[in-house]
Design a binder for this molecule. Structure first.
Ligand code: APR
Length: 169
């Protein structure tokens, strides 16, 4: 049975099979965690991403991790929060579900997620955290190759939120 745990800090430092990037649909880099991942992975990542043809919101694509300690990067484009009436919750759930499916297709054992859409894309944090935990628990129940599911809050507030929601029944 895989475990779900919280690790607060810079996701680019994790030596896991895959870290997930909260990218945009161009996959050509940006700010936030996307910028941190591209800076740490090096210029080869951008060159590789140029060949991918972008990524639709809710979809996921995998690349090598180049200079990162992780083996792979799974890039997913989260939804921009527009009030909640435009399918944002379903699209965010799809980001987690498709990233997890891609990890399973590659028989990966460990994966780490940033708080997708919770920064520049302004998604409400508690709703996003509930969606993340629900999708990770679904993957846990499926009992595939994944053994370690890691939520990576950057700040203390997000870390406390994940811990509180994971402690709920
Ligand atoms: N490690 C882990 N988490 C991080 C890091 C990091 N190094 N840097 C930022 N974060 C956190 C933020 O604090 C936030 O909680 O990642 C979460 C997601 O925030 P953003 O990176 O702003 O991503 P998102 O809200 O999904 O917006 C995506 O921003 O960077 C651009 O190209 C990206 O256009 C896309 C948009």
């Amino acid at each position: 049975m895989s475990s779900i745990r919280v690790w607060q800090g810079d996701i680019t430092r994790l030596a896991v099979d895959a870290i997930v990037n909260a990218a945009n649909t161009s996959l050509l880099g940006g700010g936030g965690v996307d910028g941190a991942i591209h800076r740490a992975a090096g210029a080869e990542l951008l060159a590789h991403c140029r060949l991918l043809g972008g990524c639709r919101t809710g979809e996921a694509k995998i690349t090598p991790a180049f200079r990162l300690p992780a083996r792979y990067i799974i890039h997913t484009a989260g939804p921009v929060w527009r009030g909640g009436e435009h399918g944002e919750a379903e699209l965010l759930a799809a980001c987690y579900r498709n990233s997890l499916a891609l990890a399973e297709q590659h028989s990966l054992q460990s994966i780490a997620f940033p708080a997708i859409s919770c920064g520049i894309y302004r998604f409400p944090h508690e709703l996003a955290a509930r969606i993340a935990i629900s999708e990770l628990r679904r993957a846990q129940a499926a009992d595939g190759s994944l053994r370690e599911l890691i939520l990576v809050p950057f700040g203390e507030d997000m870390a406390r939120l994940y811990q509180r929601l994971l402690a709920e029944a």
